[in-house]
Design a binder for this molecule. Structure first.
Ligand code: OAD
Length: 250
C-alpha cells in the first residue's frame, strides 16, 4: 500500500502529545475497512438496500419481528467474522498514551473493545447483546428454541438486539457522560461518521464550545467539515496509524 502523503501539522502532533483530555467519536466508517457496511455510503451502505424505518425501529419489529431479528442476526454473523482494523488498533494505542482518553462510538459492532479499547461509551448499544422486547431487560442466555426471534424465558416476549432504534432513547447516562467529556476536552476527533444523527452529532459542537481542537477523519465531507481545525479526507485505517507513528515515533 503506498504511504499517503500525510503531513500532520506540528500543532496537532503537540496537542496530541500534550493533551490530558482527548475524546474520539466514531461512526460506521471506522469499521468499513474491517468489511462492515456503513449505513449511508451510496453503493455499500446498509440503507442503500433497506429503509431504516423498515428495520431499525420498534414499529418495524412489532410489524415483522422475524425480519428485524434475522437482519441483526446477519449483521451479528458478519461482525463475528471480521477483525478490528488498524484504525481501531490505533485508537486503542492512543488510549494507552493519553492520560484521559474517552472513546464514544455510535457503532454496535464491538470492534473497538476487541481492538483493546477499554474506556468506550456505546451510544447506540451493542448488537452482540440481546434483551427482552417487552421487559427491556438483558437476556443472557435463552435456549435456542425454534422460535425466531427467540422468546424471553421470563415473560415469553420476543428477544431483540440490545441496540438503540430510531425513536428510542439512548442507554441511561451514556449521552450525559459523553457530553460532559466533550465539553471538557482539549482535542476531539470525529472519525468515520456522517455527522447527521443526533444527539451524537452534537458532541463535536460541544467540544468546539470549549474551544477544543477538532479533527475530522473521513474520506468525504460532512456538515461538520467547515468547523474542523484539521481535516483528513482519507480512510481512518490509514490516517490513524500514521498519526500515532508521527506523534510517538517507534
Ligand atoms: P454513516 O453510514 O451515516 O456514515 C459513515 C461515514 O463514514 C461516511 O461519512 C463515510 O464517508 C465515512 N467513511 C467511509 N469509509 C470510511 C473510512 N474507511 N474511514 C473513515 N470514514 C469512512 O454511519 P454513521 O455516521 O455511523 O444509528 O451513522 C450514524 C448512525 O446512523 C448509526 O449509528 C446508526 C445510523 O442510523 C442507529 O442505528 C441508531
Amino acid at each position: 500500500m503506498t504511504k499517503p502523503d500525510l503531513n500532520f501539522p506540528s500543532s496537532l502532533l503537540s496537542a496530541l502529545r500534550e493533551a490530558r483530555h482527548v475524546v474520539a467519536l466514531t461512526g460506521a466508517g471506522i469499521s468499513a475497512e474491517s468489511g462492515v457496511p456503513t449505513f449511508r455510503d451510496a453503493q455499500t451502505g446498509l440503507w442503500a438496500n433497506f429503509k431504516p424505518e423498515d428495520l431499525a425501529t420498534p414499529e418495524a419489529f412489532r410489524r415483522n419481528p422475524r425480519l428485524v431479528w434475522e437482519w441483526y442476526e446477519w449483521r451479528r454473523q458478519l461482525v463475528g467474522g471480521v477483525q478490528p482494523n488498524p484504525g481501531h488498533l490505533a485508537l486503542a494505542e492512543i488510549e494507552r498514551r493519553v492520560p484521559d482518553f474517552l472513546l464514544i462510538t455510535q457503532n454496535v459492532d464491538g470492534l473497538h473493545q476487541r481492538a483493546g479499547s477499554r474506556r468506550v461509551i456505546e451510544l447506540h448499544g451493542n448488537l452482540t447483546r440481546t434483551k427482552c422486547f417487552e421487559e427491556n431487560v438483558a437476556l443472557e442466555n435463552f435456549s435456542a428454541t425454534k422460535d425466531v426471534p427467540p422468546r424471553c424465558p421470563r415473560c415469553g416476549g420476543h428477544a431483540r438486539p440490545d441496540v438503540v432504534w430510531f425513536g428510542e432513547s439512548l442507554p441511561p447516562g451514556a449521552f450525559e457522560a459523553a457530553l460532559a467529556a466533550s465539553l471538557a476536552c482539549e482535542l476531539f476527533f470525529s472519525i468515520g461518521t456522517s455527522s447527521v444523527v443526533y444527539p451524537a452529532a452534537d458532541l463535536p459542537c460541544a467540544a468546539l464550545r470549549n474551544r477544543a481542537m477538532l479533527v475530522e477523519i473521513n474520506p468525504a465531507p460532512t456538515p461538520l467539515t467547515p468547523d474542523a481545525t484539521h481535516i483528513f479526507q482519507q480512510a481512518a485505517g490509514i490516517v490513524l496509524p500514521a498519526l500515532v507513528q508521527a506523534a510517538w515515533p517507534r
